[in-house]
Design a protein around this ligand. Structure first.
Ligand code: ATP
Ligand code: MG
Length: 508
């Protein structure tokens, strides 16, 4: 079906088309050039009216509307079309741009399912469906799972736009293929998911396994409290780490240091450290467990593991996440090295196959301008994970606060609605393949719409992501509804107690 013609000045990467209708931004079209079919993407779309172009007053506008309605030639629909490459090469997964620009007059036609199906939905078991093209909705949109495990992915959008929905979709698909997924669940969003192969675990920290400075983070000892830090470092000896009653032993050791102070201020600070230990034991006994074996042991291979970190403070969550990341990387390194050494000694490693780890609220754990342990390990995985089959997914509603280095290591991105310019700028600098026109589209996306760029797709795409049915995550709170129900219950309570009083009176 003819949509229009190439007009004006053409470039090998960009043409202007005059069309018979408005081309929605994000629609793929075919430019039927002499050298072969070329795939293009509408990046900008303008409608203008000859009669209504230069209106000076209200009456003139009214008259011109009538003129415009009568004149078939009044409206002009133009679109800027980005050239993505020859159709035939794109269908083979390669982008070859034309050497000469399409000449003006070349037909622009509607892209069919046959044209685009192979590009956006290759038939190969590495590819899984996550939605449909937003503007060519008859075409499925698939992503290459291998690429996200080897080259990582960033999922970025304002709050409530569908990040966790996409995470759930990806995680379900990986688990369906017997892969291992780990989600650090910061808001306890995922534990109620009613899906197969889910393994919900409360993340824990074994304080014996920590370094002294990490333990002081967990105990919430301030970084500036030098004396307390030193006392904890002195008390946290290898013997204490191994003693049967860990907390008692640590407490006694701190008490001992306080009773035999090197300096005057040690006495008071030792008391403070003891308070901190008491506090942590009382408040965080569920998450600080010196008697568990390695917390990583609860993660199951081939499952969708939800690690609930919602009970942690930010600092504790940071310690927990960095601990898990460090262990996972070490485990995968050992497994891969053993495999490549063709070791005769057949040891069963904890994780024999690649893992995909997802960090929600990534701006908290991988912050810009701040040193955090989790950031260090996330950065290391972003750089080295590829070799060891450890993929990273980072999810955030504040891309501007994520460490730019780590973000730029994400080989693929899903970007949903984002209004803040700082966020858009950060995304633009993290992904070269995302053009400025695409970025300007981000403000007008609806819930579940996403721009996909990077290695997990053959071509940048604007898609609508499938909604995972039967989930209860992240739904907005129905405040008005809940208030109404609460009021009803309240009223019913008052009424029934009034009834009782009435009854009592009658009985008297
Ligand atoms: N692809 C989709 N299609 C239709 N509706 C969707 C889609 N994705 C999400 N939604 C709706 O939007 C709501 C919020 O989605 P989700 O929890 O995934 O957002 P989020 O970006 O993770 O938000 P937050 O930043 O608060 O974590 C969901 O409860 C769901 O009803
Ligand atoms: Mg979410």
């Amino acid at each position: 079906m003819t949509l229009g013609f190439v007009i004006g000045e053409s470039k090998p990467t960009l043409v202007t088309a005059q069309t018979s209708r408005s081309l929605p931004i994000g629609e793929y079209v075919i430019i039927d050039s002499q050298d072969g079919k070329i795939v293009g993407l509408a990046e900008k779309s303008v409608v203008s009216s000859a009669a209504l172009g230069d209106i000076k007053n209200y009456d003139e506008a009214l008259e011109s509307i009538e003129v415009a309605e009568l004149n078939k030639r009044d409206k002009s629909y133009t679109a800027s079309i980005r050239i993505l490459g020859f159709l035939e090469s794109l269908q083979k997964g390669k982008a070859i741009l034309p050497a000469v620009p399409p000449i003006p007059g070349t037909q622009v036609i509607k892209a069919t399912k046959e044209d685009l199906g192979q590009i956006f939905g290759p038939e190969n078991n590495e590819w899984i469906k996550i939605g449909n093209l937003l503007r060519n909705s008859e075409i499925d949109s698939l992503i290459n799972l291998n690429k996200i495990v080897s080259r990582h992915v960033g999922i970025l959008a304002m709050t409530g736009m569908g990040k966790s929905n996409l995470v759930t979709l990806l995680a379900m698909q990986i688990a369906k293929l017997d892969g291992t997924v780990i989600i650090f669940d910061y808001h306890n969003d995922y534990s109620d998911l009613n899906i197969p192969k889910i393994n919900v675990i409360d993340a824990k920290i074994n304080p014996r396994l920590l370094e002294a400075d990490t333990l002081s983070d967990v105990l919430e000892i301030r970084e500036s409290a030098d004396v307390q830090q030193r006392i904890l470092r002195l008390a946290f000896t290898p013997e204490i780490k191994e003693s049967a009653n860990f907390w008692e032993a640590l407490d006694e050791q701190v008490q001992y240091i306080g009773a035999n102070p090197e300096r005057k201020e040690d006495r008071h600070s030792a008391d403070r450290v003891q308070d901190k230990i008491d506090d942590a034991r009382n408040r965080a006994s569920e998450i600080l467990d010196p008697d568990m074996t390695n917390p990583v042991g609860l993660i199951k291979e081939g499952r969708l593991n939800i690690l609930n970190v919602s009970e942690f403070t930010d600092k504790q969550a940071n310690v927990a996440i960095s601990y898990y990341l460090q262990e996972l990387l070490a485990d995968r390194k050992a497994a891969v090295n053993a495999k490549s050494a063709k070791s005769k000694l057949k040891r069963n490693y904890r994780f024999n196959t690649p893992i995909f780890v997802i960090i929600e609220e990534a701006h908290v754990f991988i912050p810009k301008n701040e040193d955090a342990k989790a950031k260090y390990w996330a950065g290391k995985i972003a750089r080295e994970g590829r070799k060891f089959g450890l993929g990273l997914g980072i999810v955030s509603q504040r891309p501007r606060d994520i460490d730019a280095n780590v973000l730029s290591q994400m080989g693929s991105l899903a970007v949903m609605k984002i209004v803040q310019e700082d966020d858009q700028r950060q995304i633009a600098s993290a992904a070269e393949s995302i053009s400025r026109e695409f970025i300007s589209q981000l403000t007008s996306l609806n819930i579940g719409d996403s721009v996909l760029v990077g290695q997990w797709v053959n071509l940048p795409a604007i898609v609508h992501i499938d909604e995972v049915k039967g989930k209860t995550i992240g739904s907005d709170q129905n405040a008005v509804g809940e208030w109404a129900v609460a009021k009803k219950i309240d009223d019913a309570g008052t009424k029934s107690s009034q009834d009782l009083v009435q009854k009592d009176l009658l009985m008297d």
